[in-house]
Each structure stands twice: as C-alpha cells, then as structure tokens.
Design a protein around this ligand. Structure first.
Ligand code: GAR
Length: 201
C-alpha cells in the first residue's frame, strides 16, 4: 500500500512511520510522498533524509482553498496513493477534497475526541482541567475533528503538567497507535459503517 503523509511541523509522527512502516520491508507500506504546506517544516528534512519525495504546496500560491486542495489532490493522484495520512497537518480540507477521498484520509489528534477538537487541543485540555486525556485516530470528514473514530488511547493528566509534558506523554501513545492503525487499514481490517468503525483483530 502506498501512503502520502501530510505534515506542517516537526514530524515526529512521520519519523516514527518511516521507522516502523516504510523501512520495514515486511509491512509492504510505502510512504510515496511527504507533502507540507510549510517550506520550513522539519518533517521535510526527515523525508529527505529517508529518501522519500517531498512536495511543498503553500496555500498563499492559490486563489482559494479549493484550488489549494486541488493541487494536493493532483499530487496524491500523481503518486498513486491509497491512503492520506495527516500527521500534524494543520490545515482543514474543503468539502470537495473530503468527498473525493472519502474514507481514505486519516488524522491523529492529541485529545480524546470529541473533547477538545481544533488546533490547540493540549492547551484546551489543561485549561479545562480534565484528569484523563489521550490520542485519537479518526477518518476525516467535512467537520473539524468530527470524523468516525478508529482508535483511541488514554493518558493521565498530572497536577503540574504543562503543554510540553502532557504533549510528550500523548506523543508516546501517538507513536504506538498510528502505525498500528495504518497496518490494519492496509490489511483491510478496518470496516466503516456510518459513523462507527469496527477493527478486526
Ligand atoms: C501531534 O501531536 C498531532 O496529534 C497534532 O500535531 C502533532 C504533530 O506532531 N495534530 C493536531 O493537533 C491536529 N489537530 P509531530 O509533528 O511531532 O508529528
């Protein structure tokens, strides 16, 4: 299976997918391309180091967000990708892109959705004062972090946590969960019915 990883930032999830999937020839999962909307994203360096093609597609070069998404869709098709994996990609897709790739886009989010959607999940978690948080992997739909949930893992929130300490604890779980989900997807063991996802063991 070929995947595209979209990342806007440092790319620790990308690095983990390179190590656990791309370079493990037994997995048969290839990261065909890494796409970023930010030219300075460290994720691009990680891709370069691993010999994976990188594409920079910046929203400011397009008339509107639909055209921007179309440019991404074109690359996805050029690289003949089966699954679009968002790993710290901080832009929202417009409905036509979601429709075009329905049930073929997954995202990882640093909270237990539906709690704390959006771009500041870890800060919002701490501000609210919940005692348990975690990570969610979900299909992307037209909403903001509202798509069908594939898998979740919980982490405790400790007194005295700040954004960095809590995010680090969440990322340990992200790095376990995301490769597991992608492997299951490749094995066609993830079944989606309306808003419910069943994963075959
Ligand atoms: C991850 O923690 C991911 O859950 C989060 O961005 C981080 C990227 O880390 N995504 C979102 O907040 C999406 N709303 P990374 O660049 O080290 O992989």
């Amino acid at each position: 299976m070929k995947i595209a990883v979209l990342a806007s930032g440092s790319g620790t999830n990308l690095q983990n997918l390179i190590t656990q999937l791309h370079t493990d020839k037994n997995c048969h999962i290839e990261i065909a391309v890494v796409i970023s909307d930010r030219k300075n994203a460290y994720a691009l360096q990680r891709a370069k180091h691993a010999g994976i093609p990188q594409e920079i597609i910046r929203s400011q070069h397009f008339r509107d967000r639909v055209e921007f998404d179309n440019a991404i869709a074109k690359k996805i098709q050029d690289y003949d990708v089966d699954l679009i994996v968002l790993a710290g990609y901080m832009k929202l897709f417009q409905p036509p892109f979601v429709r075009q790739f329905r049930n073929r886009i997954i995202n990882i989010h640093p909270s237990l959705l539906p709690a704390f959607p959006g771009a500041n999940a870890v800060a919002d978690t701490l501000a609210y004062g919940v005692k348990v948080s975690g990570v969610t992997v979900h299909f992307v739909d037209e909403g903001v972090d509202t798509g069908p949930i594939i898998a979740q893992a919980a982490v405790p929130v400790y007194d005295g946590d700040d954004e960095e300490t809590l995010h680090q604890r969440i990322q340990i779980e992200e790095h376990k969960l995301y490769p597991e989900v992608i492997k299951k997807y490749a094995q066609e063991k993830i079944k989606i019915q309306d808003h419910n996802v069943v994963t075959i063991k």
